[in-house]
Ligand binder design. Structure first.
Ligand code: NAD
Length: 261
């Protein structure tokens, strides 16, 4: 338990599913007031709100597209109107698709960059603006990826977006440090969520991914959520401008395990 998170107000984007959903549940269990953004109507997280409330937590939902400026401004306004403040903003929404780069359509490039990079920029900007205006020493957390470090053929647009989020985070951490606003990334490795459902339903593909993970297994969304509450809490009060990697060791050159290389 991070008792300082009680009554803190947190917005989490793309939080109807996967990692964002686990982050929402974890903040709610810490006593935070949670604003759950969702994107697609079929993902409407009313059930998640009910689950959180039945467990004694507080949550509300707002539909919107992180790549649209007016929607992101609406998320912050909604948090203020509903709970009176904003302390923590988690840029979690993200998308990917596999395309050999010589055939990568401009539409796919723009969709991925607009969601993953521009969406994160808008969330950071609006959260920081609010925190500065209200004198709140808040925390901004971006869910990037191990692909802010590891190149990824056929997913070049995704890797470019997450690499962009790395330097965006580091630049903003430096910019807002004098105001006490901390900005950090979490870089998950392979996590069992809907984004990977198709890949992990194929046992061969799943085994191939597991081989890249020194700890030997695919991570759970809750293992990423525990990084988010840590980074938002006072236990991380001296942590800014850094990426917390939650990848079972994937970024540590598993090809060199057992003396190989
Ligand atoms: P997911 O598909 O379950 O979650 C992504 C969420 O983002 C969905 O709820 C989706 O509706 C939402 N979203 C998509 N476009 C949006 C938009 N324009 N506006 C608002 N919401 C939008 O997958 P996930 O694994 O939970 O992904 C969460 C984040 O974690 C993503 O940023 C992803 O890149 C990152 N990530 C995931 C993994 C993994 O292995 N699962 C690894 C590294 C990074």
């Amino acid at each position: 338990m991070y008792t300082d998170l009680t009554d803190k107000v947190v917005i989490i984007t793309g939080a109807a599913t996967g990692i964002g959903k686990a982050i929402a549940k974890r903040f709610a269990s810490e006593g935070s007031k949670v604003v759950i953004n969702y994107f697609k109507e079929e993902e409407n997280p009313e059930g998640l709100v009910k689950e959180i409330e039945e467990a004694g937590g507080t949550a509300s939902i707002i539909q919107g597209d992180v790549s649209k400026e007016e929607d992101v401004q609406g998320f912050v306004r909604f948090a203020h109107d509903t709970y009176g403040r904003l302390d923590i903003y988690v840029n979690n929404a993200g998308i990917e698709n596999e395309v050999p780069s010589e055939n990568l359509p401009i539409e796919d490039w723009q969709r991925v960059i607009n969601t993953n990079l521009t969406g994160t920029f808008l969330g950071c900007r609006e959260a920081a603006k609010y925190m500065l205006e209200h004198g709140i020493k808040g925390s901004i957390i971006n869910v990037s990826s191990v692909h802010e470090i590891i190149p990824w053929p056929h997913f070049a647009h995704y890797a470019a977006s997450k690499g962009g989020v790395k330097l965006l985070m580091e630049s903003l951490a430096l910019e807002f440090a004098p105001d006490g606003i901390r900005v950090n990334n979490i870089a998950p490795g392979a996590i069992d969520t809907p984004i990977n459902a198709e890949k992990f339903s194929d046992p061969e593909k799943k085994k191939g991914v597991e081989k890249l993970i020194p700890l030997g297994y695919i991570g759970e969304p809750e293992q990423v959520a525990s990084c988010a509450v840590f980074l938002a809490s006072d236990q991380a009060s001296y942590v800014t401008g850094t990426t917390l990697i939650a990848d079972g060791g994937m970024t540590k050159y598993p090809g060199f395990q057992a003396g190989k290389g």
